[in-house]
Design a protein around this ligand. Structure first.
Ligand SMILES: Cc1ncc(COP(=O)(O)O)c(C=O)c1O
Length: 414
């Protein structure tokens, strides 16, 4: 099948979801019950075809020549993502991962001893480690806003901390890796804009699952991967960089010949666009795959996706919550397609292996991934299940039945 033969009218207005067609367009859909979209979504056929096609072209005419021949399609990467998050292509940078995008953004901030990074109790593990590393090297202070009693950050308390500390950076993760919580990033952003504070958002688990509008969020930076709910290839991500940042003094610590021009032996000038945050070398097949994945998600319709994927998550959560010995761990005013739970009498690896044996893809989360959140919930590990729009209600019910069966049968795993 060629890319244009997809079941989805690519680039068209959102259509009602035809789940059979979407599954026919997803080579892995009939192989496994893929409830690990929080790890990596299943590629849609047009995405796979786009990448294979480019690798074939590289092998036929040469890598540099192939990227030159596909320059317009490469530009589409920026156009598609810009349209997805309501910005301009010049504000998008390609990155090899969400973590790389995030770290490159952090490296552009000239932290000084005593500067405060204000974050939440549910920021991504690698972000938290990066903040601690900045603390070790530059003497910054890391302050965590408290949660509401029912889960999720207390925005009013966070705004109070903004006023008190005037942080050098405010950081929030939209959807954490370790729970189905959706944090109120636009509300946090409104306070940041009011107080003119630099604001970075980790949208790794939300892009492709929930609508994102950087203007509404008020973010200065937004980092994400393409491989999860956007269903792009592994080894890909992007960084949104606001005009406020681009017109300021911010530049990555290790800016390269793509992000800057070497204008004289002792001088360089950063470029004006978010390309400042990229590196010269690109995995072009991957970049084109991301463009195709974003086009595909937009063709399916992000609003339709945002209605269906969290609804499948809710159905799964309800089914699991009814099983004796299972504790659903997701808390907060808004939840999404990421579902986490603890189960009595099982150890983590045997439990995941038992799910694997039933051809259910899942992921483990450990205390180390979520020191605050899992500490508050008093769990050492959880199984994470993350359906997406191309999954079915019947798959959800099969998975609930599998967990129910395992909850009753666990002698070998004790
Ligand atoms: C919330 C969140 N942020 C960031 C990341 C890191 O993404 P990457 O592996 O692309 O660096 C993850 C990965 O699971 C994540 O869940």
């Amino acid at each position: 099948m060629r890319p244009q033969d997809s079941a989805i009218a690519l680039g068209d207005a959102p259509l009602p979801l035809d789940i059979d067609a979407l599954r026919a367009d997803t080579p892995g859909a009939d192989q496994v019950i893929h409830f690990n979209n929080s790890g990596c979504g299943l590629l849609a056929r047009p995405v796979l075809d786009t990448m294979v096609d480019h690798l074939t072209l590289e092998a036929s005419i040469g890598g540099y020549e192939a990227s030159a021949a596909r320059a317009a399609s490469v530009r589409e990467f920026y156009q598609q993502l810009a349209a997805l998050i309501n910005t301009s292509p010049d504000n998008i940078a390609f990155a090899g991962s969400s973590t790389h995008a995030y770290a490159t953004a952090l490296s552009s901030i000239p932290f000084e001893p005593g500067d405060v990074i204000l974050t939440t109790r549910d920021d991504f593990i690698s972000n938290q480690i990066a903040f601690l590393s900045l603390r070790k090297r530059f003497g910054v202070r890391v302050v965590h806003a408290p949660d509401l009693p029912g889960g999720g950050v207390d925005v009013a308390a966070m705004a109070g901390l903004m006023r008190r500390h005037r942080p050098r950076l405010v950081a929030a993760t939209h959807v954490p890796t370790n729970s189905g919580l959706v944090q109120p990033i636009a509300e946090i952003g409104r306070h940041c804009r009011e107080l003119d504070l630099l604001y970075i958002v980790d949208a790794c688990q939300s892009v492709g699952q929930l609508p994102l509008d950087v203007a509404e969020i008020g973010a200065d930076f937004l980092a994400a991967t393409c491989r999860k709910f956007l269903r792009g290839p592994r080894g890909s991500g992007f960084l949104y960089v606001s005009d406020r940042v681009l017109s300021g003094e911010y530049e990555p610590l290790f800016i390269d010949m793509h992000g800057a021009r070497w204008t004289a032996p002792e001088q360089y000038e950063p470029v004006d666009t978010a390309a400042r945050f990229e590196e010269w070398e690109f995995p072009y097949a991957t970049v084109l795959g991301c463009a195709a994945a974003t086009r595909y998600a937009r063709g399916v319709g992000i609003d339709a996706i945002a209605a269906r994927s969290p609804a499948l998550g809710a159905r799964l959560r309800d089914g699991l919550a009814a099983i004796p010995g299972v504790r659903v761990l997701d808390r907060g005013p808004q939840l999404c397609a990421v579902v986490t739970f603890a189960i009595d009498n099982w150890l983590p690896q045997p439990f995941k292996a038992a799910m694997d044996a039933r051809r259910v893809n899942s992921a483990l989360s450990f205390r180390e991934f979520a020191q605050f959140d899992f500490g508050d919930k008093d769990v050492d590990w959880a199984l994470r299940l993350s359906p997406h729009y191309y999954n079915t209600e019947s798959e959800v019910d099969t998975v609930v039945a599998a967990v129910g069966e395992l909850s009753r049968f666990h002698p070998a795993a004790r």
